[in-house]
Design a protein around this ligand. Structure first.
Ligand code: 1CP
Length: 356
């Protein structure tokens, strides 16, 4: 029923996990950010009548929506259907995901007192998540499940701006004006992200991705001093084998992070996600040889003609050979208007081009 990922018999031996660790693979693994939801008609049908954040807390819906793209496209990994704001929602922050907009916060964080009033996430509030992950791992067989969380900076942008934003000016203003409260806010968000990830790993997720989608709006100096320590704290807080936590590969992703790649490569992950702006061979030069890379087809290419899609996929595959390990993905999420059949064709093409 569920397609088998490469030639592996367990997720721990899958091409995704092996590529993340820089080990030999049977073929380049491929999955897509935002593969669950958005472009799939079967998703829209299933979600009809249920609010986004309610569906994320319903283990039956989470399981089914997570499996849909695996069945349809034969991707090498599932990504948990959830959202980066979920740990905040579960802890009691009033957030709604508005269709066509994204997360909207009822009372944005605008003062030091707002930071201190932010509720903490308790591990006991995540039983639904452990149930969904456990069920998924049972269904997925040898296909790995990627768990995820939002990085402290990207979550802070939503809390401070009150919703999606382009410039993130209020966020930066708070960062400069209130450095201590900023550090406390990101520190709290790091603890909650680590708890969210730890629950997924303990329940059987085979890899995790930290989404710092909007980190690219920062200068390297600000990122290094005011953000990176908190992202590193998420990976540290997730724990390691000595602390009784399964040792799963960690992926760290942001958009427009070309100038930050050396820093991101140093924050504690095994894999650095790269958007389409920097070719993968150049990204490897910036990150160094001891990390794998993930990416980086421009999602807009999938809206172009068949020959263009094929040419660009070949280019990404070729440039990815510079890395110790390459996980094929888009440079950011699947655009909602993407034809799902094009995604399936990309999976087939990457496999065809890289089968050994
Ligand atoms: O494949 C998947 O879609 C898996 C589930 C998933 C993930 C990994 C969702 C479901 N959201 C996310 C992560 C997420 N959420 C990120 C990081 C990844 C990225 O950069 O795309 C971010 C920034 C969010 C915040 C968010 N939630 C936005 C972006 C708003 C903005 O600032 O531009 C949006 C539109 C949402 C809603 C959302 N989350 C997920 C889905 C399927 C949706 C659409 C809701 C719907 O169908 O009505």
């Amino acid at each position: 029923m569920t397609p088998v990922a490469g030639s592996a018999t367990t997720p721990a031996d899958s091409d995704l996990v092996r590529a993340a660790r820089g080990l030999p693979v049977s073929r380049t693994p491929v999955w897509f950010m935002r593969q669950a939801g958005r472009s799939l008609p079967e998703y829209r049908e299933l979600r009809a009548g249920t609010k986004m954040l309610d569906s994320c807390q319903d283990p039956d819906l989470v399981t089914e929506i997570t499996l849909q793209p695996v069945r349809r496209h034969g991707v090498d990994a599932a990504i948990l259907f959830s959202d980066i704001v979920l740990p905040l929602v579960v802890a009691g922050v009033d957030i709604e995901i508005k269709p066509g907009i994204g997360p909207v916060i009822a009372s944005p964080v605008r003062s030091v007192a707002d930071v201190d009033a932010l509720p903490d996430l308790e591990p006991g509030q995540l039983d639904f998540l452990a149930t969904a992950v456990g069920r998924l791992v049972g269904e997925l067989g040898a296909t790995p499940l990627i768990g995820f969380a939002g990085a402290p900076f990207t979550l802070a942008t939503y809390l401070i701006e009150g919703g999606p934003s382009k410039e993130h000016a209020r966020t930066k203003a708070f960062m400069y004006a209130e450095p201590e409260a900023w550090s406390r806010l990101l520190g709290k968000l790091a603890v909650s992200a680590a708890t969210f990830l730890r629950t997924q790993v303990d329940a059987g997720a085979s890899a995790v991705q930290l989404f710092d989608s909007w980190a690219g709006v920062l200068s390297a100096v600000d990122y290094a001093e005011r953000v990176l320590p908190h992202s590193r704290a998420v990976f540290d807080g997730l724990g390691n084998r000595e602390q009784g936590v399964r040792d799963v590969p960690r992926i760290h992703f942001g958009v427009a992070t070309g100038e930050l790649l050396p820093l991101i490569g140093d924050a504690g992950a095994d894999v650095v996600g790269v958007d389409w702006r920097v070719p993968l061979d150049e990204a490897v030069r910036r990150i160094g040889p001891s990390r794998s890379v993930q990416g980086n087809l421009d999602p807009a290419v999938l809206l172009a003609d068949r020959d263009t899609v094929e040419r660009e996929v070949r280019r990404v595959v070729d440039q990815g050979r510079a890395a110790r390990g390459h996980i094929f993905n888009l440079g950011h999420g699947v655009l909602p208007e993407t034809d799902p059949d094009v995604l399936t064709r990309v999976v087939e093409l990457v496999h065809e081009l890289t089968s050994r």
